[in-house]
Design a protein around this ligand. Structure first.
Ligand code: ZN
Length: 97
């Protein structure tokens, strides 16, 4: 993983561990998730890639980037994740529920 992506991933870990109040889990009809800068909502029904959604919405929460920038960073981080990093993200996700 590139140092930049590692840094971004650690910011996501930090959010999951320290900003639990910001996370909402729902079933959404059309979206995988959303972020309004106060809350991060993750669709956990019919979502095949909740970790990917999680990274995406956390990046929206952390940065005022354009949608295309967020998608690009999310893809880049997601494809570089190790199995252990994916396991840890799932563990943090489950701990929030
Ligand atoms: Zn987005």
């Amino acid at each position: 993983m590139t140092p930049r992506n590692k840094y971004l991933l650690h910011r996501v870990y930090y959010l999951l561990r320290h900003e639990q109040h910001a996370f909402i889990f729902k079933s959404l009809r059309t979206d995988e998730g959303w972020c309004d800068k106060e809350f991060i909502c993750i669709n956990i029904k019919g979502n095949d890639t909740p970790i990917r959604t999680l990274i995406h919405e956390c990046l929206h929460y952390l940065y005022d980037w354009s949608e295309s920038m967020v998608v690009s960073k999310e893809k880049s981080i997601y494809h570089q994740l190790t199995i252990d990093q994916i396991k840890y993200l799932y563990k943090l996700l489950v701990d929030l529920m």
